[in-house]
Write a protein that binds this ligand. Structure first.
Ligand code: PNS
Length: 166
């Protein structure tokens, strides 16, 4: 049984994340999407519980995927879950420095290897932080995130995603 972790803050999950989760699910028996607060990102939009709920909704079609919240070190969570790999998406060279550093630290701490999947080109510009910013100012992000996540954003920004009333 090969278990992989797809970790991230997923605030909120985008179509780019979903693409990586779906592709990971083709290669491993069991995939745990591990949601946590990124200590380097202080401003969050959704609570961890809502992020988990949204991820559950959009991965409903993937029987070997489950969504878990974790606190503390990713490698400790990986060990607890019996995961043998961490899988991350790489969008561009700008992701590489940070991701390589984390992969090497995690490897050093625990021996767990990180596997990188190249992001599909249509999603290479996409990030949760940009989606949050664009949505807050009323931009159209409907093609960048799953429908159910878009509905939550609309709800949050007073029905018009403009953030003017928020
Ligand atoms: O989607 P993100 O914000 O890039 O995800 C980053 C995340 C949550 C995967 C990372 O911050 C993390 O692993 N946090 C857990 C704490 C930890 O293990 N820190 C050491 C990383 S080498």
């Amino acid at each position: 049984m090969a278990t992989a972790l797809c970790p991230g803050s997923f605030d909120p999950v985008t179509n780019g994340h979903l693409d990586i989760i779906e592709r990971t699910a083709r290669h491993f028996d069991d995939v745990i999407v591990a949601v946590s607060r990124n200590p380097q990102k202080t401003k969050s939009l959704f609570t961890l519980e809502i992020r988990q709920e949204m991820l559950r909704e959009v991965t409903d079609h993937l029987p070997n995927v489950r969504i878990e919240l974790f606190t503390g070190l990713l490698v400790d969570f990986a060990r607890d879950q019996g995961a043998m790999a961490i899988v991350k998406g790489l969008r561009a060279i700008s992701d590489f420095d940070y991701e390589l550093q984390m992969a090497q630290m995690n490897q050093q701490l625990s021996g767990i290897d990180t596997f990188f999947i190249s992001t599909s080109p249509q999603y290479s510009f996409l990030s949760s932080s940009l989606v949050r910013e664009v949505a807050r100012f009323g931009g159209d992000v409907s093609t960048m995130i799953p429908k159910s996540v878009h509905a939550r954003l609309l709800e949050l920004f007073d029905g018009d995603a403009s953030g003017k009333g928020a």
